[in-house]
Design a protein around this ligand. Structure first.
Ligand SMILES: Cc1cc2nc3c(=O)[nH]c(=O)nc-3n(C[C@H](O)[C@H](O)[C@H](O)COP(=O)(O)OP(=O)(O)OC[C@H]3O[C@@H](n4cnc5c(N)ncnc54)[C@H](O)[C@@H]3O)c2cc1C
Length: 456
């Protein structure tokens, strides 16, 4: 065998697996294969000036490369079992929290020191939310910010680069089980290893499905979350964001009983495009450095959609809706809340006259032509509910960008060691369908590394 361990994917899951392996067994021969570029070569060509929309690069620098999908994210590490994945169902709540805490400690030792840890413990907002039928979830949130997150990644890479062999711009094509290990096939070479950790994230979801099909690893279909990104003046949510930074608030709609939640809140942040398998959706982030902050706060409002038999393609459903917005708007659509309520499209003049200046150059349009009524009704209901705890949310000029879709990978069948039905073949991070966040994905990497070196 050429390697003791091959890790596929250099996102947080893969990075923390490699880091922990080197902490315990620096003598191990470990290779990391990554479809995207090294960190310093990751550049999205969209500059808002010459190139305004996605040009479909061979590998998307936002989603792929060292640091994975999280590299240019807001760097919010939510230390909680309440959201961000279901790792605790496999390894227990206590251990999951301990691992997330451990990841936070490593981040602090690699450039994150001095960043703020927010917490919902003892906050008055929980009561205020419940009084309005809104439910604030518990979490501690470490906000690194896009800038510090990048520095942490640089430092982690500096630590790993001479200990682990990195293969960038090297997508793995297939994984085959051998008698005493695994063969990992890339475009023009095959590499063998005793144990293999697959951590391919959301961008590797389709590839992961193929691998599971070929190796007959059972999977089950998951859900899809669909909604919009809301952007409003930072003052509207400042009483919440100053204390909690991010508030995860859940609401059950009166009309349909659907659950709508706030997601990925970015105080003084920017709205950005996201490219998932060629489909342009919307996301957001913010910087720790005040000089790079904006006057707006953005967050997503997502409706969770679970499908029952016989329909299985929940991600396909989300993709179709996102495609519709791409078809009408050439990318992301933006609409003023006031226009949506009046049943009219937003146009450039209405957006220009708005008191909220958009931070993303999106196409003014009509989201009611894109989002199914049930989902849109839920979002509108939640905006009015949020208006009670953050007056101003339902203002005419509040901007809604669509669509935001949270695709969930199919859940791969693994045991409490995150090991598939093949001994020594582990599936972790967002690619396993078990985690959906930086802290959970990173924690799953640490867990598997300790499993491999027998340190549990
Ligand atoms: C814009 C944005 C903002 C976000 N903000 C936050 C946030 O603030 N907080 C939070 O908790 N989460 C956030 N997320 C989600 C978070 O980034 C992910 O949950 C996290 O990165 C998952 O880590 P991972 O290692 O499982 O997968 P990923 O980070 O997706 O990494 C997987 C890696 O595998 C590589 N890969 C895929 N297929 C192959 C293959 N066949 N061969 C080789 N390599 C392959 C990919 O190129 C990628 O680099 C954000 C995501 C985005 C896109």
């Amino acid at each position: 065998m050429k390697y003791d361990v091959i890790i596929i994917g250099a996102g947080p899951g893969g990075i923390f697996a490699a880091y922990e392996l080197m902490q315990h067994r620096p003598d191990m021969k470990v290779a990391v294969f990554e479809a995207g570029h090294a960190l310093h070569k990751r550049h999205c060509p969209i500059d808002g000036d010459r190139i305004k929309t996605c040009i479909g690069c061979k590998t998307c620098s936002i989603m792929s490369g060292f640091g994975g999908a999280g590299a240019f994210s807001d760097g919010k590490y939510n230390i909680t079992n309440d959201f961000g994945g279901t790792l605790y169902e496999y390894i227990g709540k206590k251990k999951a929290l301990e691992l997330m805490q451990y990841v936070d400690d490593i981040n602090m030792r690699h450039g994150g020191e001095g960043t703020r840890l927010y917490s919902t413990a003892g906050t008055q907002f929980k009561k205020i939310c419940i009084q309005h039928d809104l439910h604030l979830l518990d979490a501690s949130v470490r906000h690194l910010g896009t800038d510090i997150n990048y520095i942490v990644l640089e430092n982690l890479y500096a630590y790993l680069k001479n200990k682990v062999e990195f293969f960038f711009d090297t997508p793995v094509q297939s994984v085959a089980a051998l008698e005493d290990g695994y063969a990992v096939r890339c475009a023009d070479e095959e590499y063998t290893c005793r144990q293999c950790v697959i951590s391919v994230g959301r961008s590797g979801s389709k590839w992961m499905e193929t691998v599971c099909r070929e190796l007959k690893i059972p999977t089950k279909s998951n859900r899809v979350d669909i909604g919009v990104r809301v952007e409003l003046p930072a003052e509207v949510f400042s009483h919440l964001t100053d204390e909690l930074y991010e508030s995860k608030i859940v609401y059950r709609t009166e009309t349909y009983g659907d659950r709508v939640r706030t997601f990925c809140m970015n105080p003084k942040g920017s709205v950005v495009n996201e490219n998932t398998n060629g489909i342009i959706t919307v996301n957001g982030h913010s910087y720790e450095d005040p000089a790079r902050q904006t006057g707006n706060t953005n967050f997503a409002l997502l409706v969770a959609k679970h499908f029952s038999e016989p329909f299985k393609d929940s991600n396909g459903y989300g993709e179709s809706i996102a495609r519709l917005s791409n078809m009408l708007g050439g990318g992301v659509i933006v609409q003023r809340f006031g226009d949506l309520i009046r049943g009219r499209r937003s146009n450039s003049d209405r957006i220009r006259e708005s008191f909220v200046t958009p931070t993303l150059d999106a196409t003014p349009g009509d989201l009611s032509l894109v989002l199914p009524k049930r989902l849109l009704d839920g979002i509108i209901e939640m905006i009015y509910a949020l208006d009670k705890v953050a007056p101003g949310t339902a203002n005419e000029d509040t901007l809604l960008y669509g669509v935001e879709v949270k695709f969930y990978n199919m859940e791969v069948e693994v045991d409490e060691h995150l090991q598939s039905r093949y001994e020594g073949l582990y599936v972790i991070g967002d690619g396993s369908g078990i985690t959906h966040s930086l802290s959970h994905a990173s924690a799953s990497g640490v867990h598997v590394a300790r499993e491999i070196v027998g340190k549990h």
